[in-house]
Design a protein around this ligand. Structure first.
Ligand code: OFO
Length: 168
């Protein structure tokens, strides 16, 4: 069975993933409202992925005899003012979340809870992919001309992101 310390920490992380989901949903709405339906779509897919991450934590805690608690989720960040701010924020959220995952890995290690340590390795890998994905967004926007990109290059970027398939 999970220790109560890990149970609580993993439950907190479940709520962090839910907040990530909320945040990307909100950014997706912002982008879609600005006319970037493809980018919005990309962010909505990402929001769903984050929700799946929350469910993975929930399932794991239950499987190990614990009981996760869904807490109130705070409001997501305010709308970004530019696409580059939006993408930079996505990157920052991913980096912050990676740190949280590493902290959990460390806790599991200290407790010698190898099942939890092993469970968390999936997230270690996932965070590498998500940080790369966010960096690619920033690069793609830079190539398109950043906040001074022409309508045409933004149109192409938007179309491109509307179809890029994410990982599970
Ligand atoms: Fe849940 O992976 Fe991003 O944060």
């Amino acid at each position: 069975r999970l220790s109560s310390t890990l149970e609580e920490a993993l439950s907190t992380q479940m709520n962090v993933e839910l907040l990530q989901s909320h945040t990307y949903l909100s950014y997706g709405i912002w982008a879609t409202d600005k006319g970037y339906g493809g980018i919005g779509n990309f962010l909505f897919r990402h929001s769903l992925e984050e929700r799946n991450h929350a469910v993975k934590f929930m399932q794991y805690i239950l499987n190990r005899g614990g009981k996760p608690t869904v807490t109130g989720i705070k409001a997501p960040d305010k709308d970004p003012s530019t696409l580059s701010e939006c993408f930079n924020q996505v990157f920052k959220h991913e980096v912050d979340n990676t740190e949280k995952i590493y902290h959990l890995v460390n806790m599991a290690f200290e407790e010698k809870d190898w099942a939890t340590w092993n469970f968390l390795q999936w997230f270690v890998q996932e965070q590498i992919e998500e940080e790369t994905l966010a960096m690619n967004l920033i690069d793609k926007l830079k190539i398109a001309g950043g906040d001074r990109a022409t309508d045409e290059s933004l149109f192409n970027l938007d179309k491109d992101l509307g179809k890029v398939a994410d990982e599970a």
